[in-house]
Design a binder for this molecule. Structure first.
Ligand SMILES: [Ca+2]
Ligand SMILES: [Ca+2]
Length: 419
């Protein structure tokens, strides 16, 4: 996850810049290409194509009366659970919790089949990453020997409420007459190759070889921030995870990731964590990582598990990590497996986000009623791989892990038995 997040960070910045420099060529909003002229690329009718007007030129998505209508409008969206073939080409209203499929149609317009193989064919999507009432997704298609070499189109998702779109991990696919091919999640951070019988970047000309890229996104309303709580055994050097196995006496390290998803700066972000009964906070173990403290700052406050911590102000996409240590103690554990769930919350302007992590403890009761505490390993310092500069002008796109977005959830579990 860390590695993926890091690449999302570095690659997506470039995507955003490309968007900003390429789009304003007078092609208002919707579709466009890198021809560099106000009119954009040459377009053809099916009759033009059939009469050989294209010559030896390889071009994509330039037929005005093709299978999907005007092929320049090649990115559309539909409700995933709705009709499989009807896409809204320009805009679609979305509802909280619903999943939408976004389609990018791919057609090498040359009628010459395997005598006109497009090379270096790839696609990518640019997804908005802050909360808004309108979210425009742009899809890009590239081919190194085509004229032009880069094409784009968009679709706008709309709602009466502010909402956030979450990319559904593992949802990227390419479908053509040969079947359906899984594509990498990197499609939302960088280019992913397409193809015909394999995803080798080569697509012959004509309808026999067309296809479509699809991804899924989920709409979340009332979301103002991302909060992701994870855990690991202290000093293990393991990646933070949703749950970890521990023994009584072990120290575990919790990480709470906060990201401001609003398009504006927020102040006085409060982070709080509620520990379950069989877990104790370790004094002077709370660290804050953000753009001011990239190596982490040991905080003098020991209030993260009581009244909470004020971690300051964050610009759009600004983020922070809070880490602290807790010890597994046996106050009320039952014999066998115990799941110690604890919840982290962030509060901004009285809006609360929560996320949890679990520590699994197996309590043995037969021969050894007093478990032997494991010696605490020396912690290895490491810093989060993704610190966003919260200064003005910073833009970060990319993937939020599935399940990273949490709306208000139940708050009852303190310590419960796992069956
Ligand atoms: Ca469109
Ligand atoms: Ca979690």
């Amino acid at each position: 996850m860390n590695k993926f997040a890091k690449s999302a960070l570095s690659v997506s910045a470039a995507v955003i810049v490309a968007t900003a420099t390429l789009i304003p060529v007078g092609l208002a909003g919707a579709y466009g290409d890198n021809t560099g002229t106000k009119e954009g690329r040459a377009v053809y009718t099916l009759a033009d194509i059939n009469s050989g007007k294209l010559g030896d030129t390889i071009t994509f998505n330039s037929i005005t009366n093709g299978k999907i209508g005007d092929e320049r409008n090649f990115v559309g969206a539909r409700l995933t659970s709705g009709s499989a073939s009807v896409y809204n080409a320009n805009e679609i209203n979305v509802e909280d919790g619903q999943t939408y499929t976004i389609r990018l149609y791919v057609h090498n317009n040359s009628p010459k089949g395997t005598d006109a193989i497009a090379k270096g064919v790839s696609a990518n999507f640019s997804l908005p990453t802050t909360v808004a009432k309108e979210q425009t997704v742009i899809g890009y298609l590239n081919a190194s020997n085509a004229t032009p070499t880069r094409y784009w189109d968009e679709v706008t998702l709309k709602s009466d409420d502010n909402f956030y779109i979450e990319y559904v991990k593992g949802s990227a696919k390419y479908t053509n007459t040969q079947g359906t091919f899984a594509l990498s999640d990197e499609i939302i951070t960088g280019n992913v190759n397409l193809g015909y019988t394999s995803m080798n970047g080569e697509i012959p000309g004509c309808y026999d070889y067309d296809g479509e890229v699809t991804i899924q996104v989920k709409a979340h309303t009332s979301v103002s921030s991302k909060l992701a709580k994870t855990v690991r055994i202290k000093g293990s050097g393991e990646k933070f995870a949703e749950s970890v196995e521990a023994k009584i006496g072990d120290e575990v390290e919790f990480q709470i990731e906060y990201v401001n998803l609003l398009a504006e700066t927020v102040k006085d972000v409060m982070i709080r964590d509620v520990l379950p009964t069989n877990m104790e906070y370790v004094e002077n173990s709370t660290y804050l990582y953000n753009s001011n403290y990239k190596e982490g700052k040991l905080l003098p406050e020991n209030t993260v598990t009581t009244s909470g911590l004020n971690i300051g102000s964050y610009n759009a996409r600004g983020n922070a990590y809070v880490r602290f240590t807790a010890k597994v103690v046996d106050k009320t554990m039952t014999c066998g497996s115990n799941q110690l769930v604890n919840w982290a919350s962030s509060t901004v302007d009285s809006k609360v986000m929560k996320d949890d992590a679990s520590v699994m403890v197996n309590k043995e009761c037969k021969d050894d009623p007093t478990p032997t505490p494991t010696p605490t390993p020396t912690p290895t310092p490491d810093t989060p791989s993704k610190i966003v500069d919260t200064g003005a002008g910073s833009v970060v796109a990319g993937a939020l892990g599935a399940g990273g977005i949490t709306t208000l959830v139940g708050y009852a579990i303190a310590s419960r038995r796992k069956f």
